[in-house]
Design a protein around this ligand. Structure first.
Ligand code: XMP
Length: 478
């Protein structure tokens, strides 16, 4: 290579977006929604990183409730990871998968006990094969004096019930509940076997939480990470069985033969679930992952707050250039890019989106919130929460402990960390952090005259900064 062949590469801090004439009168009119894959729409373009100090179920629930998505990390056994996914899927569902039920021989006294123990106002009456026989609501038994009365005498029988089907959408269910003025809609299959229950209270609550990122059944969206070694196909299967919406095949150097092979295998074994693959930092990397079947591409080699990859290895790519280069490949296929790592301000998010990303993945900025795993510590009167790179020494040791019961001391000596263990200031609730970030992005988009992310990508013009431009740009007073 000759010196003149060396190319320039830029990061977020090296550029600014040029302000343009704007017709946007309020930043509320700026649409920040994005399609991660064909079937997955987020209301805000934010993803919480699959790191053990960032995303487990509470973070994923809060992310999706605020319009984004969380990716459950993979540094736990597959059953635990699948159960974290289930926690998210159950957290705000309007469909109760296993509604409380009793048999026809139970008494009104039994029904009262089950209702009061579980705090519900009605029970399904089912036979031994779980076929629906009727509904017993508190209204049906309000005036029944004798507790020994059989539930099947007091219930509203099946022939007088309006029922729904398991695959019906929230709109269909709402219209049935509305037109018949119902409180409860049991879902039964063609054999009259109970497959769920929708209550008007749950569905109104879910439909009214417009900001949440939800699946077809009104459950919060959630993703989960997998690797390329060992039991990764079984892990993917367990996650799919837990109803995960999205898999993230996440390896530090995603442009590698092992990732491409694993990606092809997973796409063949589980074609129904979208997979985001990474990390890459070049057009060639993105192109190869797309050819191997990736539904989305994660971009970023070494920009993260806890990363020391560039220092340790000498390899990496400034993040703005990485995103712009990968976008050349992804735009042809209409595939979403996720700019992963290095986001320090809301302005960085606007720049990443303008450069071609459909969403950004964030670690350190979300790590100090109430919803991140772990507790806060106090130093000099200020609160902190821990944050560590997944290739840090501590994370490597934890991973080895998870894989083997006995660790060979040599394994520990052989670790070459590419991440650090640290802490970040405690930031309170995730909702407030997201509010500030999204507010900044909306405002940035209006400066660019863009009312949608598509328009931002089309309209955006960057200028490079000099050192004095840089010092003029960032906070000057403290
Ligand atoms: P931020 O800047 O948001 O970055 O904290 C989060 C992203 O950092 C990546 N990551 C690592 N990169 N060594 C690395 O080189 C590590 O130990 C490490 N841990 C996380 C990851 O892509 C994450 O989403």
């Amino acid at each position: 290579m000759r010196i003149e062949d060396i190319e320039y590469a830029l990061s977020y801090g090296d550029v600014l977006l040029v302000p343009k004439k704007s017709d946007i009168d309020s930043r509320k009119n700026v649409d920040v929604s994005t399609h991660l894959t064909k079937g997955i729409k987020l209301n805000v373009p934010l993803i919480s990183a699959n790191m053990d100090t960032v995303t487990e179920a509470p973070m994923a629930i809060a992310m999706a409730s605020n319009g984004g998505i969380g990716i459950i990390h993979r540094f736990m056994d597959m059953e635990k990871q699948a159960s974290e996914v289930r926690r998210v899927k159950r957290s705000q569902s309007y469909i109760i998968d296993e509604p409380y039920s009793i048999g026809p021989d139970a008494t009104v006294g039994d029904a009262r006990a089950v209702m009061s123990k579980n705090g519900v106002s009605g029970l399904l009456i089912v036979d031994k094969s779980h076929k629906l026989l009727g509904i017993l609501s508190d209204r049906d038994i309000r005036f029944v004096k004798d507790d020994k009365t059989s539930a099947s005498r007091a219930m509203t029988p099946r022939q007088r019930l309006v029922v729904g089907t398991p695959g019906m959408s929230s709109e269909q269910a709402l219209s049935v509940l509305d037109s018949h003025r119902l409180e409860k809609l049991p879902l039964v299959d063609k054999d009259n076997v109970v497959r769920g229950l929708i209550t008007s209270k749950d569905i109104y609550r879910t439909v009214n939480s417009e900001q949440s990122a939800k699946d077809r059944r009104g459950r919060l969206l959630v993703g989960a990470a997998i690797g390329v070694k060992g039991d990764y196909i079984d892990r993917a299967d367990a996650l799919v069985n837990a109803d995960v919406d999205l898999l993230v095949l996440d390896i530090a150097h995603g442009h590698s033969a092992s990732v491409l092979e694993a990606l092809r295998k997973i796409k063949k074994a589980i074609p129904e679930v979208p997979i985001i693959a990474g990390n890459v930092a070049t057009k060639e990397g993105a192109e190869d992952l797309i050819s191997a079947g990736a539904d989305g591409i994660k971009v970023g080699i070494g920009p993260g707050a806890a990363c020391i990859t560039r220092t340790v290895t000498g390899a990496g790519m400034p993040q703005l250039t990485a995103v712009m280069d990968c976008y050349e490949a992804s735009r042809k296929h209409g595939i979403c890019l996720i700019a992963d790592g290095g986001i320090k301000t809301s302005g960085d998010i606007t720049k990443a989106l303008a450069a071609g990303a459909g969403a950004v993945m964030i670690g350190s900025m979300f790590a100090g919130t109430d919803e991140s795993p772990g507790y806060f510590s106090v130093r000099n009167g200020a609160k902190y929460k821990s944050y560590r790179g997944m290739a840090s020494f501590g994370a490597n040791v934890s991973r080895k402990k998870m894989d083997k019961k006995e660790i060979d001391p040599q394994d520990i000596f052989d670790i070459v960390p590419e991440g650090v263990e640290s802490s970040v200031p405690y930031k309170g609730s995730l909702k407030e952090v997201i509010k500030q970030l999204v507010g900044g992005v909306r405002s940035g988009m209006s400066y660019c005259g863009a009312s949608s992310l598509d328009e931002l990508r089309k309209n955006a013009k960057f200028v490079r900064l000099t050192t004095s431009g840089l010092s003029e740009s960032y906070q000057k007073l403290s």
